[in-house]
Ligand binder design. Structure first.
Ligand SMILES: C[S@@+](CC[C@H](N)C(=O)[O-])C[C@H]1O[C@@H](n2cnc3c(N)ncnc32)[C@H](O)[C@@H]1O
Length: 179
């Protein structure tokens, strides 16, 4: 009987380790750990995006979904899809989306690197430069249709066609139209 609390403690420890791995470690090993886009830049991001009714924007690694919610509100006739690998951030994103009342935002718990994004009109990403350029870009180059737009917050995309939106002292926003 004395062993029981020890077994329960051990099981709880294992459960916590599994949860921590899937919620925190795996995302850091993939595209980036959770660091949010600064809320003062939401309006800048929105001003760069052009979404016609029926078009689709994917946010790769949507974190707590604050950016996705702001875009969904700005373009109510477009569809916004937030993809998040961390179950913890996914739950937070779902709760935020529910309480925001937006109807044109879907949150998916998935590894964006394993999804097919060929129906995207716009892709928004805030991830580490190495992972954007070495891991994500080859995939996006092969999947995204001509004319679709990739927006990278803060970190440069290595491509000649990239347009940089910069304001002194603020984070750069990099935009690439796929050709
Ligand atoms: C730098 S944060 C950006 C969060 C949000 N996009 C923002 O701008 O506020 C990167 C997010 O991507 C998620 N992430 C990392 N790798 C991923 C992958 N392969 N698929 C989906 N999400 C991923 C992380 O869990 C984290 O929430």
């Amino acid at each position: 009987m004395e062993m029981l609390p020890l077994i329960i403690q051990g099981l709880l420890l294992i459960a916590f380790a599994v949860f921590a791995y899937f919620s925190l470690v795996r995302s850091s090993l993939s595209l980036a750990p959770w660091v949010p886009t600064r809320s003062k830049d939401f309006a800048r991001v929105q001003s760069i995006i052009c979404l016609k009714p029926g078009q689709k924007l994917y946010e790769i690694g949507c974190g707590d979904a604050r950016v996705a919610i702001s875009i969904a509100k700005r373009f109510p006739e477009a569809l916004v899809v937030g993809v998040e690998i961390s179950p913890l951030m996914y739950c937070i994103a779902c709760a935020r989306t529910f309480f925001s009342g937006v109807k044109n935002l879907r949150i998916q718990c998935a590894d964006a690197l394993k999804m097919n994004l060929r129906d995207a009109d716009v892709v928004y990403v805030y991830a580490l430069p190495k992972t954007v350029n070495q891991t994500l870009m080859p995939k996006l180059r092969s999947e995204l249709k001509r004319g679709s737009v990739l927006i990278s917050y803060s970190f440069s995309i290595n491509d000649e066609g990239v347009v940089v939106h910069s304001i002194p002292g603020e984070a750069n926003i990099y935009v690439l139209m796929m050709t």
